[in-house]
Design a protein around this ligand. Structure first.
Ligand code: NAP
Length: 320
């Protein structure tokens, strides 16, 4: 079968398209035939060698995918051959034609959700759900600023927050991205490249500020986020690509909380809650992942270049 293999950390071209032996599931494992795999920024950080968590070399990147169960290992009871599933974690890596996953890391994909949409679920929707409801404890009637709403996590957060009865303000860096943000449930779409755009957050909230900020680029925005936060507001740092200086008094005066998060810290019990909620949202049609760009598996390097570029528009997927 065809896979992407990384033998040494570095630029996107270290990802090699290769033929390897077929996989077979051990006890508790499921072999999934992959119809589409999700590309997440973290996979580009890991491949570059700049990320704290490094896999043993060589490895196949990827944790998110959707496809069909091809075979099950001993003791697997929840799935059978032919089931439509999405993955949220993989033992062998999902940039491949098939992937081995632990039974607990795969979930049912409703018929109405395409495989490409299914590849957009694991990390982005898992992160958005955890940030909103397990870290910020967002409540109906609260106002949520999704700071970076046009990408995989941002759009998931907009759909989830709007469905929960929150008022959503979201930002995007392109006209196209902002149109998408508005179409996905944000009441207000702001341009994070426009000077003074956060003044509009104060206007929209009548000077009160927002209850929750989901922050995709904390090294750029964290100090300013504190300035648009309501009393008792919570900021969840989802993404950051460097350091930042803040004025702690902005947090003190508001009894504000700055909450870090990484999906890697979610427990099995947390993940059970997350995927039960996502499954319900997919089944009733509230959650509709948006796929903006597709590449073939052998063009994984192009997908890794694209995921680091501006002008996000939903999810980037690989289709073997
Ligand atoms: P993505 O699809 O590439 O989207 C990136 C988003 O950041 C886009 O909406 C982009 O908007 C926006 N952005 C760019 N410049 C910005 C700015 N100055 N202010 C605010 N937003 C800005 O990536 P993703 O999958 O949504 O992930 C978003 C971030 O969260 C990444 O840094 C990723 O590594 C991180 N992440 C963390 C976790 C975790 O567990 N903590 C999990 C998943 C992702 P435009 O392109 O429209 O400018």
């Amino acid at each position: 079968m065809k896979v992407i293999r990384v033998y040494g950390f570095g630029n996107p071209e270290v990802m090699k398209y290769e033929n390897v032996a077929e996989l077979s599931p051990k006890a508790g494992q499921v072999l999934v035939r992959i119809m589409a795999a999700g590309v997440n920024p973290v996979e580009a950080y890991i491949r570059s060698g700049a990320y704290a968590r490094k896999p043993e070399l060589p490895y196949t990147p990827g944790s998110d995918a959707a496809g069909i169960v091809e075979a099950i290992g001993e003791g697997v009871t929840l799935f059978k051959q032919g089931d439509r599933v999405y993955t949220a974690g993989s033992i062998s890596g999902t940039y491949a034609e098939t992937a081995l996953c632990a039974e607990v890391k795969i979930h049912r994909l409703p018929e109405a959700v395409s495989f490409k949409q299914g590849a957009a679920l694991g990390v982005p929707y898992g992160t958005a759900y955890r940030a909103l409801f397990q870290r910020a404890m967002a409540q109906p009637a609260e106002t949520v600023l999704v700071h970076g709403g046009s990408g995989g996590v941002g759009l998931a957060a907009i759909q989830l927050a709007a469905a929960a009865g929150c008022t959503v303000i979201a930002t995007g860096g392109s006209d196209r991205g902002r149109a998408l943000i508005a179409a996905q449930g944000a009441a207000f779409a702001l341009d994070h490249t426009s000077p003074g755009y956060l003044e509009k957050v104060k206007e929209i909230t009548g000077g009160r500020g927002v209850d929750v900020v989901l922050e995709m680029l904390a090294n750029v925005n964290l100090a300013a986020d504190l300035g648009v936060l309501a009393k008792h507001g919570r900021i969840v740092v989802i993404g950051s690509r460097g350091k930042v200086e803040i004025d702690p008094r902005e947090a003190m005066g508001r009894d504000a909380a700055i909450l870090g998060m990484t999906l890697f810290n979610a427990t099995e019990a947390d993940l059970k809650v997350i995927h039960a909620a996502l499954g319900a949202g997919l089944a009733n049609g509230i959650l509709k992942p948006v796929v903006g760009k597709e590449y073939s598996l052998q063009d994984a390097a192009l997908a890794h270049t694209a995921i680091m570029e501006k002008g996000a528009y939903g999810k980037i997927v690989l289709a073997p």
